[in-house]
Write a protein that binds this ligand. Sequence first.
Ligand SMILES: [Zn+2]
Length: 281
Amino acid sequence: MSSSRRGFLREIAGSVRDVTAAAQSAAPREPAAAPIDDARLERYSRQLVLPEWSEAAQRALADASVVVVGAGALGSPVALYLAGAGVGRLGIVDADDVELSNLHRQLLHFTPDLGVPKAHSAAAKLGFLNPEVVVEPYQVSLEPGNAAGLIEGADLVVDCSDSFETRYAVNAACCAARIPLVEAGVLGMSGLVMGIRPGEGACYRCAFPAPPPDAPSCATAGVLGPAAGVIGSLQALEALKLLAGLPDPLTDAFLQIDLAAADFLRVTVSRRPDCPDCGDA
Ligand SMILES: [Zn+2]
């Protein structure tokens, strides 16, 4: 990066610091954080220049620990974007091995990975993308019995699983531990995304109290690769918004996405006092 470019980025980062310092001058002082070094400044330069982003947001990401449940069609774009953006620690939970029928939509895995556990295949690619990120592969299936242990200590969970059973287990564990969660699902050319802040707003079970009867699977109904890419990318975006404290996250609502018709519908949902996962009982 040229010195003038670096200077430009430092100027922007500095002005954000000045504004933040002025706004917080009356508040108790935290110890000053070390400035971001040149290599990181260049790696993250295109998000640091965003008016919505800042060095503080970048540091929040670097300090964050995120668990991604599922390293498949949604988990691939989610993990790639979170690692690329500089999330400090990524846990990747997936019990399956890479199969030939995965490759048209699961961008973390390539033909030479056939038969390799997805958690390990994902960790290898994410390490190439951003060696600064600590990636922890967990070759295990998330279930009600182990969900609390797998998400313990996480700042955020992104559920990229493909079954309602897993989704409800992740939601219940995140509600119990008060860990923010981004849910999503994709099938065919449609799906949904929902951000959840347990204790503050509606959870997945508030919005969907029971799974639909006879829900089809990707194996029977199919899924188009770019449809999973769009929905996984939206999921990654909402995760970054929650981690960096950006305004207007997709909470107390879900986005219903019909990509065959290129139609996006935001559906407002409310917390249910009688919700078994997040309710008052
Ligand atoms: Zn709920």
